[in-house]
Structure formats: C-alpha cells, structure tokens
Ligand binder design. Structure first.
Ligand SMILES: *Cc1c(COP(=O)(O)O)cnc(C)c1O
Length: 389
C-alpha cells in the first residue's frame, strides 16, 4: 500500500462554485457582464477599496497598472528580482526597464533602505511585492515614493486578506495605500477563478483607464451597449487589449469570496501548526513583522546556509511530500540573460533566499496527520542531508 502524495497546494472549491458556473452558463451572458460587476463590487468591499477592476490574470493586472500610471518605453521601475517572473516581465511588456533591489531576508520583501539608491532620472514607479502573502514595508515605501513623485504599484498577487497596520489600525492589503494593488486569482492563491486578476485603486480616473484598456480601448462596455435603448457607437481611443475576465469565472470568484475569511483563518492555524511542529529544527520559520499579518499563501522555511536544498526536497518527495524551492530570481533566468534589466547593488540576499528556502504544502484541507508527515519527513531529510542538527 502506498501512502498518498501530499501536494504543495490545492484550491478549495466545491458544489457552490460548480453551481455558480452552471447558473452563468445557462444565463445567456458568459463574459464580462453582471457577474464581473458584482464580483468587483464585493471584492472592493472586502479589501476596503473604492474601485476594483477584474481582468484575465494577475500578470495582465500588473501590465495595466504600469500603463495606467504612465510607465512607457525607456522608463525605469524599481522592483525586486526575487518574485515570480511575471512581476519583472510586466515592466518589460511596457518597454521599460526593471531595476532590481535586494530583499530583506526577514520578510523576503523589498528592502526599503535600498530604494533611494536605485532611483534615477528615468524612474517612474516602484513595484513592490507582498511576497507569499507577507506584507512588504509599505509604511516606509509609500512616503519615500511620494518624496520622489513616483507611483507605487503593489504586486499583491498572493496577498488577498493579508493585513498591514496603519496608524495602529489593521487594514487589508488592497485599499490600496500605493496607487494600485494587483491581485491574482490563480489556483496557487487563496481565492481562485482558475485564472484571473483584479486591480484595486482609490483613483476613479485610473479605474476608468483600466476598464478601457482591458477591452481594446473601447469607450463603452458591451454591457452598457446591451442595456441602452438608443443605438450606441463605440470608439477606440487608445491601444487596448483583451484582458477580460469571464462571467463564469466571476461567479466562481463570488463564491470564493464568501469562503475567504474562513480560508484565511485556516491558513493561519495551519501555519501555527507548522510552527509548533518545527520549532526545534535548526531552520528559520516565517515570522510576521509587528506591522504585518500574512494570509500564509505559502509557508516558507529557510534551511541553514550550506544545506543541500535539492537533496532535502528529493528526500521529502521520496517520502510522498511535495515541496518547492524558494521564490525564484528573475535575473537568473535565461529570459533575462540578454539584458533588459539592471541591478541596483548586490542581489545576494535574493539569491541566497532562492537557494536556501523551501515551501511546504499548505492548503485548506491539509490535515493534522498530513502536517505530522510533512514535519517528520523534513526532520528526516534534514538529518540525512547532513544539516547540523
Ligand atoms: C502569481 C503571481 C503573479 C502572476 O499572477 P497570474 O495570475 O498567474 O498571472 C505575479 N506576481 C506574483 C508575486 C505572483 O505570486
């Protein structure tokens, strides 16, 4: 008898989502219509943002955010290499140059102390990431950006439901405190529609720009044409894209939103469960800063330097436990070997984090017994891979 594999992630979906999709499929309106509008309103309400605009992915959300704040060819955007490659790619889609700064090893997020040195005459924006759901230090980043008249875009792909303390009160990521926050609805994130993304902002004009850009630059939406009693002629005033979310996906998203508070609670409990099980190992566990609360989209542990990361992962896989290495560094990938980016200072902490971190399985229906197995296999793998215990 073989023990079943514990995967790294698994979306939490059920009959409610299946029923929502069915309802839309039979309704006669299947893309960017009433369900998208309702989903946007409900998500805006959840994060506390005046505006939310749904799009086809987290990546297309980032692309529109950058265009929206005016990033174009020849501009520079200060960001991190230590992120999913979509973060830096979105800057390159605009013909702009990502300027990478290193991360703070305590949070794996942009180190605010390194930003000033990265700012030059062509810098237009700061694109910071709430990596793995752990909030980045926005209370330092936003005032610094304002001093330099730079836009702040938050890559909140992983951070739906994460919280930041502002003036001693907790608020959810995405209000946003920067100019735009971008969420992903990919199945690796807490709220999924299969694929999808959302941009939130306080700026009505920016929100309007996102709405035109997501639909070929059209001045009127399909829905307002459909509802109009007069003939409406649309115009195409800017170069736009087809970045629409479908109504089928939005209906699934509305059900996922209802689950979200419970999903976040569960993640936090599971993270605490790992904390208790792994406390005696010579590894570094994720620690929330005083001003931030993670939704624990991922649970990332750090092996002691010099450990055989790949060996540990392989031994765990042999024991039926899937893991992932630490967050990638875009600048090390072949797609970045030909240039198109620059580093401001050393990226050593980013590279070290990639080489020494390990993501453990974390999903809603992970059981106590699963967590025991993960902890046991990590303990054995560390011992066998000759980590000094
Ligand atoms: C997932 C992710 C993205 C991309 O989102 P998609 O919806 O997959 O396009 C961007 N940035 C970060 C940090 C992510 O984790």
């Amino acid at each position: 008898m073989t023990t079943p594999m514990i995967p790294i992630a698994r979306p939490w979906m059920g009959e409610a989502e299946a029923e929502a999709a069915r309802r839309v499929i039979l309704s006669g309106w299947v893309t960017q219509g009433p369900e998208v509008a309702a989903f946007e309103e409900e998500l805006a309400d959840f994060v506390g943002a005046p505006h939310a605009c749904a799009v086809s992915s987290g990546t297309t959300a980032l692309h529109l955010a950058l265009i929206g704040v005016g990033v174009g060819a020849g501009d520079e955007v200060v960001t991190v290499s230590h992120s999913f490659i979509a973060t830096a790619n979105a800057v390159r889609y605009c013909g702009a140059t990502p300027v990478f700064v290193d991360v703070d090893p305590a949070t794996f997020n942009m180190n605010p102390a390194l930003i000033e040195a990265a700012i030059g005459p062509r810098t237009k924006a700061i694109l910071c990431v709430h990596q793995m759901g752990m909030p980045c230090d926005l209370t330092a980043i936003v005032p610094l950006a304002r001093r330099h008249e730079l836009a702040v875009i938050e890559d909140a792909a992983c951070a739906i439901g994460s919280e930041i303390a502002w003036d001693r009160a907790w608020e959810r990521v995405g209000r946003p405190r920067g100019d735009v926050a971008c969420f992903s609805l990919h199945p690796r994130k807490l709220l999924s529609t299969g694929d999808g993304g959302v941009l939130t902002t306080r700026d009505a004009a920016l929100d309007g720009r996102f709405r035109r850009l997501r639909q070929h630059g059209m001045t009127v939406s399909d829905r307002s044409r459909h509802l109009s009693l007069e003939v409406v002629a649309e115009r195409y005033e800017t170069l736009g894209y087809n970045y629409r979310l479908t109504d089928v996906q939005a209906a699934i998203g509305r059900e996922q939103l209802k689950r979200l508070p419970v999903a976040i609670e569960r993640r936090r409990a599971l993270a605490a469960g790992y904390g208790a099980r792994l406390a005696d190992l010579p590894i570094t566990l994720p620690a929330e800063p005083a001003w931030g609360r993670s939704n624990f989209q991922s649970y990332c542990v750090r092996l002691p330097s010099g450990s055989d990361q790949r060996g540990v992962m392989q031994r765990m896989l042999d024991a039926g436990v899937a893991t992932r290495r630490g967050i990638m560094c875009a600048h090390r990938e072949p797609a970045y070997h030909g240039g198109g980016w620059r580093a401001s200072g050393s990226l050593i902490e980013s590279e070290r984090a990639q080489e020494s971190c390990l993501l453990l399985p974390l999903f809603h229906d992970l059981t106590d017994a699963d967590q025991d197995r993960v902890a046991q296999s990590l303990r054995e793998a560390c011992a066998l891979a000759a980590v000094t215990l």
